[in-house]
Design a protein around this ligand. Structure first.
Ligand code: MN3
Length: 202
């Protein structure tokens, strides 16, 4: 019985239209995310001591993993963790301006929401090839924008992810082709700030 399972999307596959199209969301979740889950389970086969651990536990303690499977867990465990979080941080009829504690933190760190969005876009466009732009909370409570290559994940560095954007082409190519800037702009309309707030105040 494989330990890790593909979580269902928290909304219908057409719920994020027109910003994130149904075909892209279906393939991204049902094929790409599922492959990470399957490959993570394969990597953990024959390691009963690791099979009971959550994906977050695995990513937080990469040094505890046998070298032979470490890269597979980073890629596929990270892929599973990052995509699960990504789905949960979006929703239909969301977007708008961040409120509450995260609104205050963004204002304090970046000045205002538009400046934050401009910095975020700059970072997301700067990422070459596959990866994620993250907003993270550091151990001393500050928030920062950071880029991660491929499926690397801030929890492996002791940081708490608050928000993330997939900038690998499979996340937007069917609708936006090579126009990553348009994908970034459209995505703000589906960001679920309530979830960002919950993660920030944990
Ligand atoms: Mn992806």
């Amino acid at each position: 019985m494989p330990k890790h399972a593909l979580p269902p999307l928290p909304y219908a596959t057409d719920a994020l239209e027109p910003f994130l199209d149904k075909a892209t969301l279906e393939i991204h979740h049902d094929k790409h995310h599922k492959a990470y889950v399957d490959h993570l389970n394969e990597a953990l086969e024959g390691h009963p001591d690791l099979e009971g651990k959550s994906v977050e536990d695995l990513l937080k303690n990469l040094d505890a993993l046998p070298k032979s499977i470490r890269r597979k867990v980073i890629n596929n465990g990270g892929g599973h963790f990052n995509h699960t979080l990504f789905w949960n941080l979006m929703g239909p009829r969301k977007g708008g301006n961040p409120k509450g504690k995260i609104g205050d933190a963004l204002e304090k760190t970046f000045g205002d929401f538009d400046t934050f969005k401009a910095k975020w876009k700059e970072s997301a466009l700067d990422l070459f090839g596959s990866g994620w732009t993250f907003l993270v909370k550091t151990q001393d409570g500050e928030i920062e924008i950071q880029n991660y290559a491929d499926q690397e994940c801030p929890v492996s560095k002791g940081l708490r992810p608050l928000l993330l954007l997939d900038v690998w082409e499979h996340a937007y190519y069917l609708k936006f082709q090579n126009r990553r800037p348009e994908w970034i702009d459209a995505w703000w309309n589906v960001v679920n700030w309530d979830v960002v707030n919950t993660l920030h105040s944990k």
